[in-house]
Design a protein around this ligand. Structure first.
Ligand code: FE2
Length: 289
């Protein structure tokens, strides 16, 4: 069984992330190794393990070391075709893919690019962690960009921090990838929730920004134009290169991140090429400031 001494940790080039080697994730992990991974996770936010080969069961068993497996969110009936794939037979698994069989999507979230977002940020309890395993990749593109939202919080001008302290923002999702939800219409049928603009990480005690371009639509207490202006300022900062790590996927990669303090997005890739990542998550709690 692998021990802590076998692990090698290499910080990744960017504002967050570390690559860990010396461990095969398909075997059960000893308690101290799980604790060490959790400590590294708190420190680096994004962890990358190369050259893994996990079955779905092994991936779920590995993920189960870190909490209760996240159940795939059920979309309302009229949006369901955007999230349900014919190969998504396990309630804890989502297939992030553009692959179709007989014209039917096998998973969700298709091809091309995807704006920065928080996984299930529109829910009362957004996922705590996300764990992706690369099974099929395009020849180029489809990279995942991560932003370190602790650093973004620290970089905010004092006046803006003061202005946004205690504010909440509307997060809403209709399972689109590069399009904001129109909130002028009746939104009661679209999954949505209000969360603090700034959150405190329950374990590190540090503050972070908790908004994203895809799903965050309105900051309460401001008129729409002012809210839009502030949100765009936050989105531009979140997506500034100085706060990012860009992951160039290799087959077999397992990439896992703390969904509370990293927003992530996807670069474009050609629809003629297949991309398949197997995703599982860990249930989270309501964020608080
Ligand atoms: Fe995502």
């Amino acid at each position: 069984m692998v021990s802590i001494a076998d692990l090698t940790v290499k910080p990744l080039p960017g504002a967050l992330g570390a690559e860990i080697s010396g461990i095969d994730l398909c075997h059960p992990l000893a308690g101290p190794v799980v604790d060490e991974i959790l400590a590294l996770w708190r420190e680096h936010i994004v962890l990358v393990f190369r050259d893994q080969d996990l079955t779905m069961e092994q991936q779920l068993e590995f993920a189960g070391n870190f909490g209760t497996l996240g159940a795939r969110k059920q979309a309302p009936d009229d949006l369901r075709e955007r999230t349900e794939g014919i190969f998504q037979t396990n309630e804890n698994i989502l297939l992030v893919t553009n692959i179709k069989v007989d014209g039917q999507p096998v998973g969700a979230f298709g091809d091309a690019d995807m704006w920065f977002h928080i996984d299930s940020g529109y829910a009362e309890r957004p996922y705590k962690y996300t764990i992706l395993h690369a099974l099929e990749l395009p020849s180029k593109g489809g990279n995942t960009l991560f932003s370190n939202t602790y650093l973004v919080y620290d970089a905010l001008p004092g006046g803006l921090k003061e202005k946004l302290r205690g504010r909440k923002a509307l997060h809403i999702h209709e399972y689109l990838r590069t399009e904001k939800v129109d909130i002028a219409k009746d939104i009661s049928g679209s999954p949505h929730c209000y969360h603090p603009v700034f959150i405190t990480h329950p374990e590190t005690g540090k503050k972070a920004v908790f908004v994203d371009r895809l799903m965050t639509r309105l900051i309460e207490g401001f008129d729409e134009a002012e809210s839009e202006r502030i949100l765009n300022q936050l989105f531009d900062l979140l997506e500034s290169p100085e706060f990012l790590y860009e992951h160039f996927w290799r087959l077999g990669d397992v990439v896992m991140w703390d969904n509370r303090v990293a927003v992530h997005g996807r670069t474009w890739f050609a629809k003629e090429e297949n991309r398949l990542l197997r995703r599982c998550t860990i249930e989270g709690a309501p964020p608080y400031e």
